[in-house]
Design a protein around this ligand. Structure first.
Ligand code: NAD
Length: 295
Protein backbone atom coordinates (compact mmCIF):
# COMPACT_ATOMS: atom_id res chain seq x y z
CA UNK A 1 0.00 0.00 0.00
CA UNK A 2 2.96 2.36 0.53
CA UNK A 3 5.60 3.52 -1.90
CA UNK A 4 8.66 5.61 -1.21
CA UNK A 5 7.88 7.78 -4.26
CA UNK A 6 4.37 8.51 -2.99
CA UNK A 7 5.69 9.32 0.44
CA UNK A 8 8.26 11.69 -1.06
CA UNK A 9 5.67 13.62 -3.06
CA UNK A 10 3.41 14.00 -0.04
CA UNK A 11 6.32 14.94 2.18
CA UNK A 12 7.35 17.68 -0.25
CA UNK A 13 3.76 18.96 -0.52
CA UNK A 14 3.35 19.05 3.23
CA UNK A 15 6.68 20.79 3.64
CA UNK A 16 5.85 23.47 1.09
CA UNK A 17 2.55 24.12 2.86
CA UNK A 18 4.23 24.41 6.26
CA UNK A 19 7.36 26.34 5.22
CA UNK A 20 6.45 28.27 2.05
CA UNK A 21 9.26 30.84 2.43
CA UNK A 22 12.17 28.47 2.86
CA UNK A 23 14.36 27.01 0.17
CA UNK A 24 14.28 23.58 1.80
CA UNK A 25 12.35 21.26 -0.50
CA UNK A 26 12.14 18.03 1.48
CA UNK A 27 11.49 16.86 5.01
CA UNK A 28 11.73 13.32 6.21
CA UNK A 29 8.70 11.05 6.09
CA UNK A 30 9.23 10.29 9.77
CA UNK A 31 8.27 13.91 10.54
CA UNK A 32 4.90 13.40 8.86
CA UNK A 33 4.03 9.95 10.11
CA UNK A 34 2.55 7.34 7.80
CA UNK A 35 0.83 8.57 4.64
CA UNK A 36 -1.14 6.76 1.97
CA UNK A 37 0.07 5.94 -1.47
CA UNK A 38 -1.83 8.28 -3.84
CA UNK A 39 -2.55 5.36 -6.19
CA UNK A 40 -4.32 3.65 -3.25
CA UNK A 41 -6.22 0.42 -2.94
CA UNK A 42 -7.63 1.09 0.48
CA UNK A 43 -10.25 -1.67 0.59
CA UNK A 44 -8.39 -4.44 -1.15
CA UNK A 45 -9.74 -7.86 -0.11
CA UNK A 46 -12.68 -6.40 1.81
CA UNK A 47 -16.37 -7.21 1.36
CA UNK A 48 -18.81 -4.31 1.67
CA UNK A 49 -22.60 -4.27 1.91
CA UNK A 50 -24.12 -0.95 0.78
CA UNK A 51 -27.82 -0.39 1.45
CA UNK A 52 -29.61 2.15 -0.71
CA UNK A 53 -26.83 1.41 -3.20
CA UNK A 54 -28.92 1.91 -6.33
CA UNK A 55 -28.98 5.70 -6.21
CA UNK A 56 -27.33 8.89 -4.98
CA UNK A 57 -24.91 8.56 -2.05
CA UNK A 58 -25.14 4.75 -1.94
CA UNK A 59 -24.42 4.41 -5.65
CA UNK A 60 -21.41 6.75 -5.50
CA UNK A 61 -20.09 4.86 -2.47
CA UNK A 62 -20.57 1.42 -4.02
CA UNK A 63 -18.57 2.59 -7.06
CA UNK A 64 -15.81 4.18 -4.95
CA UNK A 65 -15.50 1.14 -2.67
CA UNK A 66 -15.16 -1.01 -5.75
CA UNK A 67 -12.50 1.29 -7.24
CA UNK A 68 -10.63 0.88 -3.94
CA UNK A 69 -10.67 -2.90 -4.31
CA UNK A 70 -13.71 -4.07 -2.32
CA UNK A 71 -16.25 -6.66 -3.42
CA UNK A 72 -19.62 -4.91 -3.11
CA UNK A 73 -23.13 -6.16 -2.39
CA UNK A 74 -25.61 -3.50 -3.52
CA UNK A 75 -28.88 -3.70 -1.58
CA UNK A 76 -31.94 -1.72 -2.63
CA UNK A 77 -35.65 -1.87 -3.39
CA UNK A 78 -34.97 -0.48 -6.86
CA UNK A 79 -33.89 -3.49 -8.89
CA UNK A 80 -33.27 -1.91 -12.30
CA UNK A 81 -31.01 0.87 -10.95
CA UNK A 82 -29.28 -1.54 -8.58
CA UNK A 83 -28.45 -3.92 -11.42
CA UNK A 84 -27.05 -0.97 -13.41
CA UNK A 85 -24.70 -0.10 -10.54
CA UNK A 86 -23.52 -3.71 -10.34
CA UNK A 87 -22.93 -3.77 -14.11
CA UNK A 88 -20.90 -0.57 -13.79
CA UNK A 89 -18.85 -2.13 -10.99
CA UNK A 90 -18.12 -5.18 -13.12
CA UNK A 91 -16.36 -2.89 -15.63
CA UNK A 92 -14.09 -1.76 -12.75
CA UNK A 93 -13.23 -5.38 -12.09
CA UNK A 94 -14.19 -6.21 -8.52
CA UNK A 95 -16.91 -8.70 -7.60
CA UNK A 96 -20.38 -7.28 -7.10
CA UNK A 97 -23.91 -8.50 -6.60
CA UNK A 98 -27.31 -6.83 -6.45
CA UNK A 99 -29.80 -7.98 -3.84
CA UNK A 100 -33.34 -6.68 -3.85
CA UNK A 101 -34.46 -6.15 -0.27
CA UNK A 102 -36.54 -3.92 1.94
CA UNK A 103 -34.12 -3.16 4.76
CA UNK A 104 -36.95 -2.26 7.13
CA UNK A 105 -37.93 -5.96 7.10
CA UNK A 106 -36.10 -8.40 9.33
CA UNK A 107 -36.43 -11.40 7.00
CA UNK A 108 -35.01 -9.41 4.06
CA UNK A 109 -32.02 -8.27 6.13
CA UNK A 110 -31.36 -11.83 7.31
CA UNK A 111 -31.49 -13.11 3.73
CA UNK A 112 -29.07 -10.42 2.50
CA UNK A 113 -26.56 -11.12 5.26
CA UNK A 114 -26.77 -14.91 5.04
CA UNK A 115 -26.35 -15.04 1.28
CA UNK A 116 -23.56 -12.42 1.32
CA UNK A 117 -21.72 -14.55 3.86
CA UNK A 118 -22.28 -17.73 1.85
CA UNK A 119 -21.18 -16.18 -1.44
CA UNK A 120 -18.44 -13.73 -0.36
CA UNK A 121 -17.12 -15.47 2.77
CA UNK A 122 -17.55 -12.54 5.16
CA UNK A 123 -18.62 -8.93 5.59
CA UNK A 124 -16.00 -6.33 6.57
CA UNK A 125 -17.92 -3.13 5.87
CA UNK A 126 -21.60 -2.35 6.33
CA UNK A 127 -22.84 0.97 4.98
CA UNK A 128 -26.35 1.47 6.40
CA UNK A 129 -27.35 4.20 4.00
CA UNK A 130 -30.90 3.52 2.71
CA UNK A 131 -33.23 6.30 3.73
CA UNK A 132 -36.37 8.20 2.89
CA UNK A 133 -37.62 11.68 3.71
CA UNK A 134 -41.05 12.98 4.60
CA UNK A 135 -41.38 16.76 4.93
CA UNK A 136 -44.14 17.51 7.44
CA UNK A 137 -44.79 18.93 10.90
CA UNK A 138 -46.16 16.61 13.58
CA UNK A 139 -49.58 18.05 12.80
CA UNK A 140 -49.36 17.20 9.09
CA UNK A 141 -47.73 13.81 9.50
CA UNK A 142 -49.77 10.60 9.35
CA UNK A 143 -49.03 7.85 11.83
CA UNK A 144 -48.31 5.59 8.87
CA UNK A 145 -45.61 7.96 7.55
CA UNK A 146 -44.08 8.28 11.03
CA UNK A 147 -43.71 4.48 11.15
CA UNK A 148 -42.46 4.23 7.57
CA UNK A 149 -39.67 6.79 8.03
CA UNK A 150 -38.60 5.43 11.42
CA UNK A 151 -38.57 1.88 10.06
CA UNK A 152 -36.52 2.66 6.95
CA UNK A 153 -34.14 5.19 8.52
CA UNK A 154 -33.59 3.69 11.99
CA UNK A 155 -34.97 0.16 12.38
CA UNK A 156 -33.08 -0.95 9.25
CA UNK A 157 -29.78 -0.10 10.98
CA UNK A 158 -30.76 -2.14 14.02
CA UNK A 159 -31.79 -5.07 11.83
CA UNK A 160 -28.80 -5.11 9.46
CA UNK A 161 -26.33 -4.57 12.29
CA UNK A 162 -27.64 -7.33 14.52
CA UNK A 163 -27.10 -9.84 11.71
CA UNK A 164 -23.71 -8.44 10.64
CA UNK A 165 -21.97 -7.71 13.96
CA UNK A 166 -21.52 -11.39 14.97
CA UNK A 167 -19.89 -12.08 11.59
CA UNK A 168 -17.53 -9.12 11.97
CA UNK A 169 -16.72 -10.05 15.56
CA UNK A 170 -15.86 -13.63 14.52
CA UNK A 171 -13.55 -12.28 11.79
CA UNK A 172 -11.66 -9.93 14.12
CA UNK A 173 -13.63 -6.75 13.50
CA UNK A 174 -15.16 -4.49 10.87
CA UNK A 175 -16.56 -1.07 10.13
CA UNK A 176 -20.20 -0.04 10.22
CA UNK A 177 -21.09 3.34 8.76
CA UNK A 178 -24.56 4.80 9.15
CA UNK A 179 -25.93 7.67 7.11
CA UNK A 180 -27.43 10.21 9.49
CA UNK A 181 -27.85 13.86 8.47
CA UNK A 182 -27.12 17.43 9.54
CA UNK A 183 -30.74 17.16 10.62
CA UNK A 184 -29.65 14.53 13.12
CA UNK A 185 -27.79 17.27 14.98
CA UNK A 186 -30.13 20.23 14.59
CA UNK A 187 -33.81 20.73 13.84
CA UNK A 188 -35.34 21.76 10.52
CA UNK A 189 -38.69 23.08 9.37
CA UNK A 190 -41.36 20.60 8.37
CA UNK A 191 -39.03 17.68 9.00
CA UNK A 192 -40.26 16.32 12.34
CA UNK A 193 -39.98 12.60 11.69
CA UNK A 194 -36.88 12.94 9.49
CA UNK A 195 -35.06 14.87 12.26
CA UNK A 196 -36.28 12.37 14.86
CA UNK A 197 -35.02 9.47 12.76
CA UNK A 198 -31.61 10.98 12.03
CA UNK A 199 -31.11 12.09 15.64
CA UNK A 200 -31.79 8.48 16.58
CA UNK A 201 -29.20 7.31 14.03
CA UNK A 202 -26.54 9.53 15.62
CA UNK A 203 -27.09 8.13 19.13
CA UNK A 204 -27.66 4.57 17.95
CA UNK A 205 -24.24 4.89 16.29
CA UNK A 206 -22.61 5.98 19.55
CA UNK A 207 -24.35 3.29 21.60
CA UNK A 208 -23.27 0.59 19.14
CA UNK A 209 -19.70 1.95 19.16
CA UNK A 210 -19.61 1.59 22.96
CA UNK A 211 -21.01 -1.95 22.91
CA UNK A 212 -18.93 -3.35 20.08
CA UNK A 213 -15.59 -1.54 20.39
CA UNK A 214 -14.19 -4.47 22.39
CA UNK A 215 -14.97 -6.77 19.42
CA UNK A 216 -13.09 -4.33 17.14
CA UNK A 217 -16.29 -3.39 15.32
CA UNK A 218 -16.07 0.35 14.70
CA UNK A 219 -19.38 2.19 14.28
CA UNK A 220 -19.55 5.73 12.92
CA UNK A 221 -22.05 7.88 11.10
CA UNK A 222 -21.91 10.59 8.47
CA UNK A 223 -24.03 13.72 8.72
CA UNK A 224 -24.34 15.05 5.17
CA UNK A 225 -25.68 18.49 4.38
CA UNK A 226 -27.81 18.95 1.26
CA UNK A 227 -26.50 16.61 -1.43
CA UNK A 228 -27.47 16.57 -5.08
CA UNK A 229 -29.53 13.37 -5.25
CA UNK A 230 -33.08 12.41 -6.15
CA UNK A 231 -34.00 12.77 -2.46
CA UNK A 232 -33.39 16.52 -2.57
CA UNK A 233 -35.65 16.95 -5.60
CA UNK A 234 -38.25 14.78 -3.95
CA UNK A 235 -38.20 17.13 -0.95
CA UNK A 236 -38.84 20.13 -3.21
CA UNK A 237 -41.78 18.27 -4.68
CA UNK A 238 -43.19 17.39 -1.25
CA UNK A 239 -42.98 21.05 -0.22
CA UNK A 240 -44.57 22.17 -3.50
CA UNK A 241 -41.52 24.27 -4.42
CA UNK A 242 -39.84 24.53 -7.83
CA UNK A 243 -36.64 22.40 -7.73
CA UNK A 244 -34.45 25.31 -8.95
CA UNK A 245 -35.52 27.58 -6.10
CA UNK A 246 -35.17 24.81 -3.55
CA UNK A 247 -31.64 23.97 -4.71
CA UNK A 248 -30.60 27.65 -4.69
CA UNK A 249 -31.82 27.96 -1.08
CA UNK A 250 -29.99 24.75 -0.14
CA UNK A 251 -26.74 26.21 -1.51
CA UNK A 252 -26.87 29.05 1.04
CA UNK A 253 -24.01 27.90 3.24
CA UNK A 254 -20.33 28.88 3.71
CA UNK A 255 -19.14 26.86 0.68
CA UNK A 256 -21.90 28.40 -1.45
CA UNK A 257 -23.11 25.16 -3.02
CA UNK A 258 -24.76 21.83 -2.29
CA UNK A 259 -22.60 18.71 -2.10
CA UNK A 260 -22.12 15.81 -4.48
CA UNK A 261 -22.74 12.13 -3.67
CA UNK A 262 -19.05 11.51 -4.40
CA UNK A 263 -18.07 13.87 -1.56
CA UNK A 264 -20.05 11.76 0.90
CA UNK A 265 -18.60 8.59 -0.62
CA UNK A 266 -15.11 9.89 0.25
CA UNK A 267 -16.17 10.29 3.88
CA UNK A 268 -17.57 6.75 3.84
CA UNK A 269 -14.29 5.49 2.37
CA UNK A 270 -12.33 7.14 5.19
CA UNK A 271 -14.56 5.50 7.81
CA UNK A 272 -14.49 2.13 6.02
CA UNK A 273 -10.72 2.01 5.64
CA UNK A 274 -7.85 1.56 8.06
CA UNK A 275 -7.17 5.31 7.71
CA UNK A 276 -9.79 5.67 10.48
CA UNK A 277 -8.54 2.74 12.59
CA UNK A 278 -8.88 4.67 15.90
CA UNK A 279 -12.20 6.34 15.02
CA UNK A 280 -15.42 5.00 16.46
CA UNK A 281 -18.65 6.57 17.73
CA UNK A 282 -18.13 9.72 15.71
CA UNK A 283 -20.65 11.77 13.72
CA UNK A 284 -18.72 13.14 10.76
CA UNK A 285 -20.35 16.29 9.40
CA UNK A 286 -19.85 16.78 5.65
CA UNK A 287 -21.94 19.80 4.76
CA UNK A 288 -19.94 22.64 3.21
CA UNK A 289 -20.04 24.46 6.55
CA UNK A 290 -23.84 24.43 6.82
CA UNK A 291 -23.81 23.66 10.55
CA UNK A 292 -20.86 25.96 11.24
CA UNK A 293 -23.03 29.04 11.07
CA UNK A 294 -25.36 30.98 8.82
CA UNK A 295 -24.06 33.14 5.98
P1 NAD B 1 -31.64 8.55 -2.90
O1 NAD B 1 -33.11 8.64 -2.88
O2 NAD B 1 -30.90 8.93 -4.12
O3 NAD B 1 -31.17 7.10 -2.46
C1 NAD B 1 -31.82 6.36 -1.45
C2 NAD B 1 -31.86 4.91 -1.86
O4 NAD B 1 -32.43 4.15 -0.78
C3 NAD B 1 -32.77 4.67 -3.08
O5 NAD B 1 -32.10 3.93 -4.06
C4 NAD B 1 -33.95 3.89 -2.51
O6 NAD B 1 -34.54 2.99 -3.41
C5 NAD B 1 -33.29 3.19 -1.33
N1 NAD B 1 -34.27 2.75 -0.34
C6 NAD B 1 -35.27 3.48 0.22
N2 NAD B 1 -35.98 2.74 1.06
C7 NAD B 1 -35.43 1.50 1.07
C8 NAD B 1 -35.74 0.28 1.73
N3 NAD B 1 -36.76 0.18 2.58
N4 NAD B 1 -34.96 -0.80 1.48
C9 NAD B 1 -33.93 -0.73 0.63
N5 NAD B 1 -33.59 0.41 -0.05
C10 NAD B 1 -34.34 1.50 0.17
O7 NAD B 1 -31.18 9.47 -1.68
P2 NAD B 1 -29.75 9.84 -1.07
O8 NAD B 1 -29.74 11.30 -0.91
O9 NAD B 1 -28.65 9.15 -1.78
O10 NAD B 1 -29.97 9.22 0.40
C11 NAD B 1 -29.05 8.32 0.98
C12 NAD B 1 -29.02 8.61 2.48
O11 NAD B 1 -28.49 9.90 2.71
C13 NAD B 1 -30.38 8.60 3.18
O12 NAD B 1 -30.26 7.92 4.42
C14 NAD B 1 -30.68 10.06 3.39
O13 NAD B 1 -31.54 10.27 4.48
C15 NAD B 1 -29.29 10.59 3.65
N6 NAD B 1 -29.11 12.04 3.47
C16 NAD B 1 -29.31 12.62 2.27
C17 NAD B 1 -29.14 13.99 2.13
C18 NAD B 1 -29.35 14.68 0.81
O14 NAD B 1 -29.37 15.92 0.80
N7 NAD B 1 -29.50 14.00 -0.29
C19 NAD B 1 -28.74 14.75 3.22
C20 NAD B 1 -28.54 14.13 4.44
C21 NAD B 1 -28.73 12.75 4.56
Amino acid sequence: MWTEAGRGVLARRAHTARFPDTAISLISVSQLGVMYDPTRNLLSGKVAVVTGGASGIGRATALLFSREGAAVIVVDLNESSGVEVVNEISTIGTRAKFMKADVSRSDDCKRVVESSLAEFGGIDILFNNAGIVCRATVLDLSEENWDRVMNVNVKSIFLMSRFVIPIMARNGGGSIINTASGWGLTGGAKAAVYCASKGAVVLLTKAMAVDHGPEKVRVNCICPGDIDTSMLRNEAQQLGQPADRFLTEAARRPMGRIGTPEEIAQAALYLASDASSFVTGTALVVDGGGLAGSV
